[in-house]
Design a protein around this ligand. Structure first.
Ligand SMILES: [Zn+2]
Length: 304
C-alpha cells in the first residue's frame, strides 16, 4: 500500500503538538511527532500560523512530504467558514486562520476545533467506536463537549458544546462571568483552586485533590464530591436532551475507573426513563486532538 502521510497539528494555549501520521489504513499511525511551546509574539494569529508552517516544514524534512495538513485550535471555531472566532488563551477574535495557513503551507489544509477533532477521533477509532450518538467531555483547565448525533458532528458554527457553562445551580462565579457554571466547580483548575481556598494548602490541578481524597482528607473529598456531582448533573441534562449512547470522559480526573464509577451511580440514580448513557474513559489520551487533525486531513484528501 503506498504511503499516505499527513501532518497533524494541535495548537494549545501553552503547547503545540505536531505530528506526521500514515493514514493509508483505518487508523492513523504515528510516524513522528514533537511538542513545542506555543509562540505568541506580536499578532497571535500570525505567530501561530508561522509556527505551524515551520513545524510542518521541520517534520517533512525529517520523514518526507505530506499530502495534506490538519490543524486544530481551541476556543470557538467555525470550521465551515475557516474562522477562529475566539480564544481567551490565544487572544484572537474572528481570525481567518484557515486562509492564513493555506497561504503558508504547500499542501491542502483541513482546519478544525481541538475538542471536536478529539471527539471525532474517539468516535471513529477510540472509546466511542461503533456508536451512533456520543458526547466526548475532556475535563481539563476548562470543560467542553464534542457531540456526534446520529453519526454527524453537531457544531452550530462552533457555538455548540459549551458543556462547562451549563448552570448547575451553585453560587460561585465562573471565569465567563456567569454564576453556577459546571466548569467553576468541576474543571481540573477549579478543583485545585477550591481545595487551596479551603485548606490554605496549594494544589495544582485535580491530581493532588484526588490523591488527598483517597487518603481520607475531608476537604478534598468534599471538593471532589462537588465536582463529580456537578458532572453527573450535566450528564443527566445531556441524557435527557440528546440521549447519547455513550459519554466519553477524558482528562486526568478519569485516568482511573473509580471516579467514573462514582459519576455513573450519580447519573443513573436520577434518570427514571431516559436512556442511561454508558460512561467510558477516553481511549486516546492527549493524542486525541492530533489524531482528529490527522483524520480531518485524510478526509480532505478523500473528498469526504
Ligand atoms: Zn461559565
Amino acid at each position: 500500500m503506498p504511503r499516505k502521510l499527513v501532518a497533524a497539528i494541535d495548537v494549545g494555549g501553552t503547547t503545540v503538538k505536531a505530528a506526521v501520521y500514515e493514514t493509508a489504513g483505518d487508523r492513523p499511525e504515528l510516524v513522528t511527532g514533537s511538542r513545542t511551546a506555543t509562540e505568541l509574539s506580536g499578532s497571535p494569529t500570525e505567530s501561530v500560523a508561522n509556527q505551524v508552517a515551520r513545524l510542518v516544514g521541520e517534520l517533512t524534512a525529517e520523514v518526507g512530504p505530506v499530502l495534506a495538513a490538519g490543524v486544530v485550535v481551541p476556543g470557538i471555531v467555525d470550521e465551515h467558514a475557516g474562522i477562529a472566532r475566539f480564544s481567551a488563551n490565544l487572544g484572537w477574535r474572528d481570525a481567518p486562520l484557515r486562509d492564513m495557513l493555506r497561504l503558508r503551507l504547500p499542501v491542502p489544509v483541513a482546519f478544525g476545533h481541538d475538542v471536536t477533532a478529539g471527539g471525532l477521533a474517539e468516535y471513529r477509532i477510540g472509546a466511542a467506536q461503533g456508536c451512533t450518538s456520543a458526547a466526548f467531555v475532556p475535563v481539563g483547565t476548562g470543560i467542553a463537549a464534542a457531540l456526534v448525533l446520529d453519526g454527524v458532528p453537531y457544531r452550530a458554527g462552533g457555538l455548540a458544546g459549551e458543556f462547562g457553562h451549563i448552570d448547575i445551580g451553585h453560587g460561585l462565579t465562573c471565569g465567563c462571568g456567569a454564576t453556577g457554571c459546571l466548569e467553576a466547580i468541576a474543571s481540573a483548575s477549579a478543583l485545585g483552586r477550591r481545595y487551596a481556598e479551603r485548606t490554605g494548602r496549594p494544589a495544582e490541578g485535580s491530581l493532588p485533590v484526588v490523591e488527598a481524597a483517597a487518603t481520607g482528607d475531608p476537604d478534598a473529598e468534599e471538593v471532589l464530591g462537588d465536582a463529580l456531582a456537578g458532572l453527573a448533573q450535566g450528564i443527566r441534562i445531556l441524557a435527557s436532551l440528546l440521549a447519547p449512547e455513550v459519554v466519553v470522559l477524558g482528562g486526568g480526573l478519569f485516568s482511573a475507573d473509580s471516579l467514573l464509577d462514582r459519576v455513573r451511580v450519580l447519573v443513573e440514580e436520577k434518570l427514571p426513563f431516559q436512556r442511561k448513557p454508558e460512561l467510558r474513559v477516553a481511549a486516546l489520551g492527549d493524542e486525541a486532538g492530533c489524531l482528529g487533525a490527522a483524520l480531518l486531513a485524510a478526509d480532505l484528501l478523500a473528498g469526504t
